[in-house]
Design a protein around this ligand. Sequence first.
Ligand code: UDP
Length: 335
Amino acid sequence: DRAAVLVTGGAGYIGSHCCKALAEAGYRPVCFDNFSTGHRRFVKWGPMITGDVRDPRQLQAVFQSYDFSAVMHFAASSSVGESVTDPQKYYANNVGGTLALLSAMRGAGSGRLVFSSTGAVYGNAGSESAPRFPVNPYGKSKLMIEEILSDYRQAYDLNSVCFRYFNASGADACGAIGECRDPETHLIPRAMMALQGEIPDFGIFGDDYDTPDGTAVRDYIHVTDLVSAHVQAVNMLMGGMRGVYNLGTGVGYSVSEVLSAIFAEAGSKMPRVYYPRRPGDPSVLIADSSVARMHLGFNPIHSNLGTIIRTAWNWHTKGAFEQLRGGRRSTVSIS
Ligand code: UDP
């Protein structure tokens, strides 16, 4: 019998990639998702349960149906800009949802959690011990959860691994799952949708940052590399290990560099339009992932910008993406 792993938010971008990686590693991923942003088509590697992490009764029912070896918690709201305009949503879904999940885990005697945190817990990133001054409610909500998990480790022996992701990007080579939100806020999918005529008002947020070309710099990490660290974390938790790890590459690219790579891959470009800075955006976020490399054998082999853009473009130009968007894509062709 394969060991079951509960994956909250398993129908989302990172969660679905994680379910695939878990299945490939011999686990049975059980997806628990409220489908507020996730996709039923993305649930292909194990059972699908429709439920909300804020609902204690739904959680309790799931823990009664399965004996989980570990829990992976992805279900959360994740748009930096929206967190600034609607902080309550972020504290209720992220902090409130996690508290309910932890309570259900304790009730079921489930003691291993992999938590999806973010590089946004740093104002400006460094190593794991760098000061944490999140500059937006999204980052603050994730930092609060990290603190809660640290207390739960001490008090209740509930063991956890927190991953501070930098910019998750790219798509699995199978082409069946990828990045697709409505509304989409992230740079790479938005630029690709704009190239395909789906977004009329795409532009660069800020060209006056203190960076070499004036646009903001991020550390882009391929989702396939991210999820292999998660599978490794489950193995570690089984062995009683825990910790907080950055997951990034240590290399940053500016918004302008990312666009150039997309235009090169697509064989097409658009005029560059500039908007003011987006509220809550830090200028540079780059990870020092040496601790993950050392403890987890983390080695982001898929995360060069070319591979990220090529796999993302493959997903965006494949039928699977089109079906998901309900055929809404316009007929603008790329020359
Ligand atoms: N960005 C942009 N135009 C867009 C979307 C994003 O210029 O349409 C910029 C954004 O301001 C940030 C970078 O791209 O500097 C990465 O943003 P994204 O939302 O992808 O990830 P985040 O770093 O906010 O998690």
